[in-house]
Design a protein around this ligand. Structure first.
Ligand SMILES: Nc1ncnc2c1ncn2[C@@H]1O[C@H](COP(=O)(O)OP(=O)(O)O)[C@@H](O)[C@H]1O
Ligand SMILES: O=C(O)[C@@H](O)C(=O)COP(=O)(O)O
Length: 410
C-alpha cells in the first residue's frame, strides 16, 4: 500500500478518496478501522473517522489507532485529511491530531495544506480563502459547529498545536525552498514543525508535490491527492457499477449557504421537499415516524432537510448546541436506515457530520469509489451491497443543481 489516510469526517474521506482514484490509484474507503483484517489489494486506504468535533483526547486516540493499523497494513506514506475550510474551533482537533501523528511517525516536519483550488479554496501568503473571500469572512463564520474566526493558518494553529507553523516564503525556486527548510530544521533543533505552502492554482500542486510529496506525513484537504497519486503513474480505471433504477431519498443536515441554495434550486425545479423543524422535533410534535410517513406517501423522490439560515440555527441552538445537532443527526440517520430497508437504494446526503451519522447507522464498513457528481463528491458503492448508491456531499461542495445531478447520475 502506498498511502494510508485518515479523514476527520466521512465526506472528507470520500472527497479525498475520489481524488486518489482520479489520479489513478486503487483506493478503498473504510468507515472506521476495519475489524476484518483481510483488506483488498489497494494502493490507498482511506479511513473515515468522526474526529472533527469529537472530544480531543478521544479524537487523538482513534486517529493514532487508525495510523498504527495502516502502518501494520504496510502503508508507506500517511495523510491526515481535514477540511478545506479548516473547520475547527480554537480548541479544535486538527493541531492535536497532526501533532500526535507526527510524533508517532517520527516525522521531522510536515505541511499544512488545506487548499482545494478546484472548489475555490486557496492559500495565499499562508492565509485561507474561500472563492477569494478570507475564510473568517466567508459563510464559514456561521458554521453551526465549527465557526471560523481567522484566516491565517499559522495563527489558527497556535492555540491548537504544540509545534511551530511557518509560511513557506513566496516565489522560491525548488533549491531555495529546500535551503529554507534545512534552515528551519536547524533553528528548531529536533522539534517537529509545520510548513504552510501557498496553493492558489491547481498548477501550484506540482511544486508542492516535488518538494513535499515524499514526506512520510502530509496533512491537508484533498487538493494534493490527485497530483500525489499521479507521481506513481498507475492509471487504474474507476470501477464501473452502472446506474440504479431504485427509489431515491435525499437528506440534508447541512446549513451551508451552498446547500441552502441547492435546496432552493431543487424545490424551484418542482422537486418535493419536507422541512424537519428542530423545535417541533425537540417538543415531540415531530418524530421519525411522522416524517417517514410523509416520505413513504410521496410518489416522487423527496428531499428531507433541516438546513436553515444562520439566524434560525443560532436561535434553536439556545436549546443546546450539541443536543440539537445530535438529535437532528440521529433523526436523519434513522430516516436513511428506514429508507434503505424499504428499498430506497439511492441515498443522497448533504453535510459532513450528517453523513457520518448516516453511514454509521447504515453500518456498511467499506466502499468502492465510483464517478464523481461534483469535484470531491463521488458515488459510493458499499462492498457488502453493490445495489446501493450512496452520495455524501460536503456542505460547501457542488453546483446549484447538485441534487438534480445526483438524481440523474446515480
Ligand atoms: N436547523 C438546524 N439548526 C441547528 N443545527 C442544525 C440544523 N440543521 C442541521 N443542524 C446540524 O448542523 C450540523 C451541520 O454539520 P454538517 O452535517 O457537517 O454540515 P456541513 O457539511 O455543511 O458542515 C449537523 O450537526 C446538523 O445536525
Ligand atoms: O475538505 C473539504 O472541504 C471536505 O472534504 C470536508 O471535509 C467538508 O466538510 P463538511 O462540509 O462538514 O462535509
Amino acid at each position: 500500500m502506498i498511502f494510508g489516510c485518515i479523514a476527520d469526517d466521512f465526506t472528507g474521506g470520500s472527497d479525498i478518496a475520489s481524488f486518489f482514484v482520479k489520479g489513478g490509484l486503487r483506493t478503498v474507503l473504510f468507515n472506521g478501522v476495519p475489524s476484518d483484517q483481510t483488506i483488498p489489494e489497494v494502493d490507498v486506504c482511506v479511513i473515515a473517522l468522526k474526529t472533527r468535533t469529537q472530544d480531543t483526547q478521544e479524537a487523538v486516540k482513534v486517529s493514532l489507532d487508525a495510523i498504527k493499523w495502516l502502518k501494520e497494513q504496510g502503508a508507506q506514506q500517511f495523510y491526515v485529511k481535514y477540511c478545506s475550510t479548516f473547520d475547527s474551533t480554537p480548541e479544535g482537533n486538527i493541531g492535536p491530531i497532526s501533532d500526535a501523528v507526527m510524533e508517532e511517525l517520527d516525522a521531522p516536519y510536515t505541511i499544512l495544506c488545506p487548499a482545494l483550488p478546484v472548489n475555490g479554496r486557496t492559500v495565499k501568503n499562508g492565509c485561507l480563502y474561500v472563492h477569494g473571500v478570507p475564510l473568517h469572512e466567508s459563510s464559514m463564520k456561521d458554521h453551526p459547529l465549527t465557526p471560523m474566526w481567522d484566516y491565517d493558518l499559522a495563527r489558527i494553529m497556535e492555540p491548537q498545536s504544540k509545534f511551530t507553523s511557518m509560511k513557506l516564503p513566496k516565489g522560491l525556486t525548488k533549491e531555495e525552498a529546500e535551503e529554507f527548510i534545512v534552515k528551519v530544521q536547524q533553528e528548531n533543533a529536533s522539534s517537529p514543525f509545520y510548513i504552510i505552502p501557498d496553493f492558489e492554482k491547481e498548477e501550484d500542486a506540482e511544486q508542492i508535490v516535488q518538494l513535499f510529496g515524499n514526506l512520510i506525513l502530509l496533512t491537508g484537504g484533498s487538493g494534493l491527492a490527485e497530483p500525489l497519486a499521479k507521481m506513481y503513474q498507475q492509471n487504474v480505471e474507476t470501477d464501473e457499477f452502472g446506474r440504479s433504477n431504485s427509489k431515491v431519498i435525499l437528506l440534508s443536515g447541512s446549513c451551508s449557504e451552498t446547500t441552502r441554495k441547492q435546496i432552493e434550486a431543487y424545490s424551484q425545479s418542482g422537486g418535493e421537499s419536507y422541512f424537519i423543524d428542530p423545535m417541533k422535533l425537540l417538543s415531540g410534535e415531530e418524530s421519525v415516524e411522522k416524517i417517514w410517513n410523509v416520505i413513504k406517501n410521496t410518489d416522487e423522490s423527496i428531499l428531507v432537510y433541516s438546513s436553515d439560515t444562520p439566524e434560525n440555527v443560532k436561535l434553536i441552538q439556545e436549546q443546546g448546541k450539541e443536543e440539537v445537532a445530535e438529535l437532528l443527526e440521529k433523526t436523519t440517520a434513522e430516516l436513511a436506515a428506514l429508507a434503505a430497508e424499504a428499498g430506497y437504494h439511492r441515498i443522497i446526503v448533504a453535510g459532513g457530520e450528517t453523513s457520518g451519522a448516516v453511514t454509521k447507522r447504515l453500518g456498511f464498513t467499506s466502499y468502492h469509489i465510483g464517478e464523481s457528481i461534483a469535484p470531491g463528491v463521488p458515488i459510493m458503492i458499499p462492498t457488502q451491497d453493490t445495489s446501493i448508491r450512496l452520495v455524501l456531499k460536503s456542505g460547501n461542495f457542488g453546483d446549484t443543481d447538485f441534487f438534480l445531478q445526483a438524481l440523474s447520475r446515480t
